[in-house]
Write a protein of this length. Structure first.
Length: 433
């Protein structure tokens, strides 16, 4: 295996149709590639066997989680440099993952197999989702998926998210802190919903209770928050009791489809629709529509993906599905808007805040890296590595406009000829609606 790094570099460049933009260090100590910048380390040949058996993101992810590949230097720079090689076509070249899926070039995998050795791949490392039962996005399976991601310990989430305990894109001002940016996001949502004293607010996917507390404390709303995570619910209830708001907020472990005590004046759904699934988007919109009063407002805050030339060929991210958000799916912004309109809503405003999520993710990664040893003790080395990779890679994806995040404000418009308070102009962020 002398000079394994050069052999790996040559293979990668053959598949990608262009030079490898990062330095590579192999298990034999050999190095190849540019001398400046971050280094991709292949610590063990087992990583190659994973790629032979699972070409693409899942094989890479398993090697990363197992610690068989690593990064020396700036992780963001390495991901940014590799993004063109792994995912994007450039000129006559092809993305490495595209090539790995192409039957015409799979013969090149033989070279990788000779480097990897003839043994079968090791079993997937811990933390991969297993044993999903039932059809996708049934109540039972959705609960399993939510538990996998959220029921890993509130102490770990406190470490990553900070005191705000808000797990969605913040709304940044120059020189603001993460806590200030999350507070400003919650207030932006409340103002868009035109919340006022006594309004009934349903917070769908309420997380650790931050939106519910803000709406009740700052606007006098009466709030019902629903989540499928028991750990989130327990944490939120304690926070609410500490704030003295138990008379204004109720937290339920409940599927949003089972909420039956409408109508509500307003609904907030912040970072929850990504869990709904494409086949359930219309049902989701219909349920929210049915739970609102005439004239009521819904604020849907949701990550979006770029539309595909052939939407039927769209594939869910294998790493995210196996390790991060089981059964999670992203929808193009236009499809979300159309679905809301098809359900009967009048969409009043769409605000794109893509750049804000990149900033938010970088702060979360900084929190994790600063408390790395404690994070490993709280969860596991594999889980901590999963989080570091997925948040850093997501930040790069937002910065490169592969994915975005949007706030949709929609109104259940009263019948023709009637007036409603939701129709009064409201000003926020220099926008009149």
């Amino acid at each position: 295996m002398a000079d394994a790094a050069s052999r790996l570099t040559t293979l990668a460049e053959e598949l990608a149709g262009g030079p490898l933009p990062v330095r590579l260090r192999a298990w034999d100590g050999s190095e190849s590639g540019p001398k400046e910048g971050p280094v991709l380390i292949v610590r063990d040949r087992r990583a190659l066997r994973r790629l032979v058996w699972k070409p693409g993101e899942l094989g890479l992810a398993r090697a990363w989680v197992a610690g068989e590949i690593d990064v020396e230097g700036d992780l963001y720079e390495l991901l940014d440099r590799l993004s063109g090689v792994l995912w994007e076509r450039s000129g006559e070249g092809r993305g490495l993952l595209d090539a790995a899926r192409d039957p015409r070039v799979r013969a090149a995998i033989g070279s990788l197999l000779r480097l990897a050795g003839p043994l079968p791949p090791p079993p997937p490392p811990a933390e991969e989702v297993r044993g999903r039962s039932g059809g996708s996005h049934t109540r039972r399976r959705d609960k399993q998926a939510i538990s996998h991601h959220y029921d890993v310990g509130n102490d770990f989430y406190e470490l990553v998210l900070g005191p705000s305990m808000v797990y969605s894109c913040a709304y940044w001002s120059p020189d603001g802190t993460l806590e200030e940016a999350q507070r400003d996001k919650l207030d932006l949502v409340a103002r868009k919903l035109n919340l006022k004293e006594g309004d009934r607010l349903l917070d769908v996917g309420c997380g650790w209770g931050s939106m519910a507390i803000h709406a009740a404390r700052e606007y006098g709303a009466r709030v019902v928050g629903v989540t499928l995570s028991r750990e989130q619910a327990a944490y939120a209830r304690k926070r609410i009791a500490d704030e003295g708001l138990t008379d204004r907020i109720e937290i339920r472990v409940q599927d949003y489809r089972d909420v039956a005590d409408g109508p509500y004046d307003a609904i907030s759904s912040i970072g929850m629709a990504e869990h709904v699934g494409a086949v359930k988007y219309r049902e989701y919109a219909d349920v929210l529509y049915g739970l609102l009063k005439p004239g009521g407002r819904v604020l849907n805050h949701q990550i979006s993906r770029r539309p595909e030339p052939d939407e039927e060929a769209y594939e869910i991210d294998a790493f995210i599905d196996a390790y991060v958000f089981p059964d999670g799916e992203l929808s193009p912004m236009g499809r979300t808007l159309t679905t809301l309109e098809d359900a009967g809503f009048e969409v009043r405003d769409v605000e794109a805040i893509r750049e804000h999520y990149a900033l938010t993710l970088r702060r979360w990664v900084a929190n994790l890296e600063r408390e790395w040893d404690r994070a490993v003790r709280l969860v596991s080395p594999g889980r901590a590595r999963i989080w570091r990779l997925y948040m850093a890679a997501s930040a790069v994806s937002f910065e490169r406009n592969r994915i975005g995040v949007n706030q949709f404000l929609a109104v259940k418009t009263p019948e023709s000829g009637r007036s409603g308070t939701a129709l009064r102009p409201r000003v926020w962020n220099e926008t009149t609606v």
